[in-house]
Design a protein around this ligand. Structure first.
Ligand code: ADP
Ligand code: MG
Length: 681
């Protein structure tokens, strides 16, 4: 068979199994060869029964000593016991609902058994082992790959397709990794690596093959990111003649912090230099990033051009609209809101105004990326809370005009290497200063027993004229959840009951957009005292009168996420407070929450989060909109990532279009295109 052949033609795989394989992303043999094992079982070591280890999966060679006995325990549960022995001793095998085992095991025959060992009494039992007769095409004595599965598929099926796939790999299978890089990194060639990753002779071999696959993935990713960057470099940016900001500064209700001013200056200098601005503004929650965006929007409008701000949620887009509209209005600049939930007529109206240039500043969600949104003269594109968008969305936004200046804003601190990769195509300004008059938010980690006191505290904050956020991880109570996990719905009900003279609002992911907007604006106007929500308010929302943030089940959130939530309060002049429930949920939860009590530095918290959670999904690829990684762990494989990035940089420095490496180029394009359109268009 050939690599491009469909897997349904593999012996033993019919159309039904082919369909299941498709769920794993396997259609052709080529896909199969790229479906790597998720682990290996070492069956090369055969252990004498008396030297087994409790809790390990191990392999023994043993003779069946007596007829297997099956006992009917209850409806649907039969247990089969079978005594086996080797030269060192004996143990009992235990199978559940396995008639095949009961029938197949023959007294006096020797088998290899592989399964989980459990200490019991003075000896061991082996739970539901796999077994095979010694001598017959035996899998024991081998390193056995363990493939990802889906319901209805078995390891055997994946052995069959990967066997066929490996046979189809030609001897001189072309390797898209340049030879020089392979040699420098001491990586096996592709064909060999594939053979070793699927059918290793030793665990070291499997490890080496995995190493190559991880490197390869990180290298492709680095090449792709570098491609994106070079696409913009070397071009000139939209020219904006008038870069004076005096009128803008005068229109502001406050004076900007030094850090805000430095970020704005860095942007105007880039623009003045004739380059396309490509800058990341990174600053902790509440540091005032929006004003940097506002300054650039002002400049675009003042020069007869347009600007767009893209926010990750409608809520945030509305919020930006609320802050920026009055400011821009004062400066006689028109702005408009474009979000998915607008009616068809409204949408048509606004897109028309965008197209004929009547609106200078567009604030919206990814709805602005839609094909029928055409700008009259787009000069500035701002992406807010970048980690919610993909690099490809970033690219499609700037593609809405020619040589558009790009400003990216993020509050998510990430480790340096990862930042180099994700933001490798951007210059960076850091806003490391909060607006004046902010007080440190007093933070408490509490357990269930403190609830009555916290309820009274919520009440007293309202009595003093403040407002309260209560955030819950879930929308509604579900039957199979631990009842102590408080849902947004039940929390809102409970609070309305215990604090009858306070108004309670509820928003969650399923609340209709119009209703959500109403509730949020009621909260902003002070008509609602207590806003109960799921994490829809996690990013960006700004209600300066809110003085207390209560997070239910704080142990269900990541530390950086909790830090972001905390940033929702402490925006006004009054002392603000933050309460995390969950301190009674084990040592780890307590330690995480205590870190937040003691630190208010977002970077330090992110670092600690990384240390405690390892790779965790917080730093996962999806968060940052990178293509999904099959093998690499972006947070864990940082050294390799650095090497891969360096290799990619060197190569692309010499050959920016990868003309000498067509195979590699194709591979890079495929990696990014599978993930989404836009990146390389
Ligand atoms: P973030 O960086 O989290 O996006 P925002 O831009 O939403 O922060 O700003 C947070 C709050 O601080 C807003 O209420 C904003 O009006 C206010 N703010 C921003 N800059 C200043 C400043 N220089 N002085 C006082 N308040 C400011
Ligand atoms: Mg913001």
């Amino acid at each position: 068979m050939k690599l491009e052949d469909h897997v349904r033609f593999v012996r033993g795989i019919g159309p039904k199994k082919a369909e299941l394989l498709q769920k794993l992303g396997i259609t052709t043999l080529e896909d199969a060869v790229q479906c790597y094992p998720r682990g290996y079982e070492d069956r090369t070591r055969i252990i004498p029964i008396t030297e087994l280890t409790d809790g390990e999966k191990q392999c023994i060679h043993a003779v069946v000593g007596a007829e297997p006995k099956t006992a009917h325990i209850r409806k649907g549960m039969d247990i089969t016991h079978c005594k086996v022995f080797d030269e060192s001793g004996s143990l009992s095998l235990r199978f559940f609902n396995n008639r095949y085992a009961a029938a197949a095991l023959e007294v006096g025959q020797e088998y290899a058994f592989y399964g989980k060992v459990q200490a019991e009494g003075r000896g061991f039992v082996m739970i539901a082992p796999e077994f095979e007769r010694i001598g017959l095409d035996c899998k024991t004595g081998r390193i056995l790959p363990v493939y990802p599965l889906t319901a209805g598929l078995h390891q055997k099926d994946l052995y069959q397709v990967t066997d066929a796939a490996l046979q189809a790999v030609p001897k001189n299978y072309p390797d898209f990794l340049p030879q020089a890089i392979r040699e420098q990194q001491k990586l096996p060639p592709l064909g060999e690596a594939l053979a070793c990753i699927h059918r290793p002779q030793t665990l070291e071999q499997a490890q080496q093959a995995r190493h190559r696959m991880v490197f390869e993935e990180l290298f492709l990713l680095s090449c792709g990111m570098r491609f994106l960057r070079s696409r913009r470099a070397g071009k000139s940016g939209v020219r904006l003649r008038d870069l004076s900001l005096n009128a803008f500064y005068r229109a502001l209700p406050f004076s900007l912090t030094g850090a805000q001013q430095r970020a704005i200056e860095a942007c105007t200098m880039d623009i003045a230099a004739g380059k396309p601005l490509s800058r990341l503004v990174q600053g902790d929650v509440g540091s005032g990033k929006t004003m940097v965006a506002a300054a650039l929007c002002y400049l675009a409008a003042k020069n007869g051009q347009q600007a767009v701000i893209m926010a990750p949620t409608e809520l945030l887009a509305h919020q930006h609209m609320q802050t920026l509209e009055p400011l821009l209005h004062k400066l006689e600049i028109s702005c408009g809101l474009l979000v998915g939930s607008l009616g068809a007529k409204q949408k048509r109206e606004i897109t028309q105004k965008i197209e004929n240039g009547e609106i200078s500043v567009v604030i919206g969600t990814h709805a602005v990326l839609s094909d029928n949104v055409n700008f009259h003269a787009l000069a500035i594109a701002v992406v807010d809370e970048q980690h919610r968008f993909g690099v490809n969305q970033r690219a499609s936004l700037t593609a809405k005009g020619e040589n558009v200046h790009l400003l990216v804003m993020s509050a998510t601190p990430i480790p340096r290497t990862l930042a180099l990769l994700i933001y490798g195509d951007l210059d960076v300004s850091i806003i490391d200063e909060l607006p004046p008059g902010r007080q440190k938010i007093k933070t408490y980690a509490v357990g269930e027993q403190t609830r009555p006191r916290i309820d009274r505290f919520i009440d007293s904050q309202c009595a003093e004229g403040g407002q309260v956020y209560v955030v819950c991880p879930l929308v509604e109570d579900s039957e199979n959840m631990d009842t102590a996990r408080n849902s947004a719905e039940s929390t809102a009900e409970r609070l309305a009951k215990v604090l009858p003279n306070r108004t309670v609002g509820l928003v969650h992911g399923r609340t209709k957009a119009a209703e959500k907007e109403q509730i949020m604006s009621d909260f902003a106007d002070g008509k609602i005292d207590i806003l109960v929500s799921t994490t829809v308010i996690e990013v960006g929302v700004d209600v300066p009168n809110a003085t207390l943030m209560v997070v239910e089940n704080g142990d269900c959130f990541g530390m950086s996420q909790l830090h972001q939530l905390r940033g929702r309060v402490g925006r006004g002049k009054r002392q603000s407070f933050c309460v995390f429930y969950g301190a009674d949920r084990g040592e780890e939860a307590r330690e995480r929450l205590r870190t937040l009590v003691h630190t208010s530095d977002g970077f330090a918290i992110a670092q600690k989060d990384l240390e405690m959670r390892g790779a965790g999904d917080f730093f996962g690829t999806r968060q940052h909109g990178l293509p999904p990684m099959k093998m690499a762990d972006l947070a864990g494989d940082t050294r390799l990532l650095e090497q891969a990035k360096q290799a990619a940089d060197t190569l692309l420095e010499a050959d920016p279009e990868l003309e000498t490496e067509p195979l590699l180029k194709e591979k890079v394009q495929k990696m990014f295109s599978q993930y989404g359109e836009g990146a390389f268009n």
